[in-house]
Design a binder for this molecule. Structure first.
Ligand SMILES: Cc1cc2nc3c(=O)[nH]c(=O)nc-3n(C[C@H](O)[C@H](O)[C@H](O)COP(=O)(O)O)c2cc1C
Length: 361
């Protein structure tokens, strides 16, 4: 992943900040008639006493699951955690979201399957995984032995595929699998290859089938590549989802300028990394505003502690970190420590104070 591209000159940014010279004095007030809307700064909150980082409570709840902290891996960027466990104890994470699991083993798509882009990357891996039977036989016992809380990602080509994977994982999961995440960004062979997540009825049907099998909370993972993500969110919640993961990658393309060929063998791929973070934060904020009681696992471009705070303030109860792990395998563990320090410096005793705080302003 290349460095973040600064597309707005610094002097421009300064004039856009609320309160800065040249900024629109009504920005942010949205005609509410509050003092800020008339050009007066809001009354300053009393400064809080800073805390010892050890005093900060970072535990959170996601769809009823107790997590020791709000940082998880993102599906597909961590496999089952074996590689990352060499760098830090994966049981220290809030949860480990594993690579999506299908009914049959899959070799994935032809190479090249990854391409670097400004502030991110494209991938078209094609759900390479050993299949649910082998995953249960080999990966699950290792995760259990490590003491990890596992969110198992379920994928399929048909509603029945999803149901059977969910059933197998439910039977084998014991206390180790704490939730199922439904990867709805899969083409539906029964509906012209249309991605489930782009259709409210198709998404709902999958979630209904998985929820009937599951004995743990079900998170539906949505895409932002839709006209109205809130409508899809409502449909999956009505179908039984206990929470949402927002968002999966955004569909993108890169072309080699000399050859004119697409850089990915699959032509199109999923864009991830810091480039998509503002989109992901917007989706979390939109959905949390419409459905404030639905728990959200925020995902998309999180790399720094302030990214994590943005997701929490927008309404996420926990934050999944994916692409950043490829750059820094210690990142997830470090974010937990940095979140404590960030809160302690601001006198925030409990991370839960941040969740949805932007809507409560
Ligand atoms: C190489 C790669 C593989 C991925 N595989 C999966 C997957 O198997 N299932 C899934 O739901 N999401 C998958 N994703 C999407 C991520 O879980 C995540 O939603 C997305 O990358 C945005 O987060 P990030 O910017 O922190 O990476 C994959 C992403 C990458 C980069």
């Amino acid at each position: 992943m290349s460095d973040e591209v600064r597309m707005i000159p610094a002097h421009e940014l300064a004039t856009r900040r609320p309160g800065a010279r040249g900024a629109d004095p009504t920005a942010g007030a949205q005609g509410s008639g509050e003092a800020g809307g008339q050009g007066h700064p809001p009354p300053a909150a009393a400064p809080r006493r800073s805390l010892d980082p050890a005093e900060v409570r970072v535990a959170t709840r996601l769809a009823g699951i107790a997590l020791p902290n709000p940082i998880t891996s993102a599906s597909g960027c961590f496999a089952s955690g074996v590689e990352i466990d060499r760098f830090h104890d994966i049981a220290d994470l809030g949860a480990v979201v594993v690579k999506s699991i299908t009914l049959e083993p899959r070799d994935g798509l032809p190479t090249p399957r990854m391409a670097e882009t400004p502030s991110g990357m494209l991938n078209a891996i094609g759900l390479q995984n050993p299949g649910v039977e082998a995953w249960i036989a080999n990966d699950l016992p290792w995760l259990r032995e490590r003491g990890a809380r596992v969110i198992a990602s379920v994928a399929g080509r048909s509603v029945e595929d999803f149901r059977l994977v969910a059933r197998a994982l439910t039977r084998a999961g014991g206390d180790t699998i704490v939730a199922l995440e439904v990867n709805l960004s899969c083409p539906n062979v029964e509906d012209r290859g249309l991605v489930f997540a782009c259709s409210a009825p198709d998404s709902a049907e999958v979630v209904r089938a998985v929820s009937r099998e599951a004995r743990v909370p079900v998170l539906a993972k949505l895409t932002s590549d839709v006209t109205d993500i809130v409508a899809i969110a409502r449909a999956v919640v009505a179908a039984g989802a206990d929470g949402l993961t927002l968002i999966n990658t955004l569909l993108g393309m890169a072309i080699d300028p000399d050859t004119g060929r697409p850089e990915l063998a699959n032509t199109y791929g999923g864009l991830s990394g810091p480039a998509i973070r503002p989109v992901a934060v917007r989706n979390v904020h939109q959905v949390h505003s419409a459905l404030p009681d639905v728990p959200i696992l925020g995902c998309g471009g999180a790399r720094t502690v302030t990214d994590v705070v943005q997701f929490l303030r927008a309404g996420a109860s926990a934050v999944a970190v994916g692409t950043a792990t490829f750059v820094d395998p210690f990142i997830t563990a470090r974010l937990v420590t940095q979140l404590r320090t960030w809160c302690a410096e601001r006198g925030i005793a409990d991370v839960s104070e941040l969740i949805g705080a932007t809507q409560r302003r």
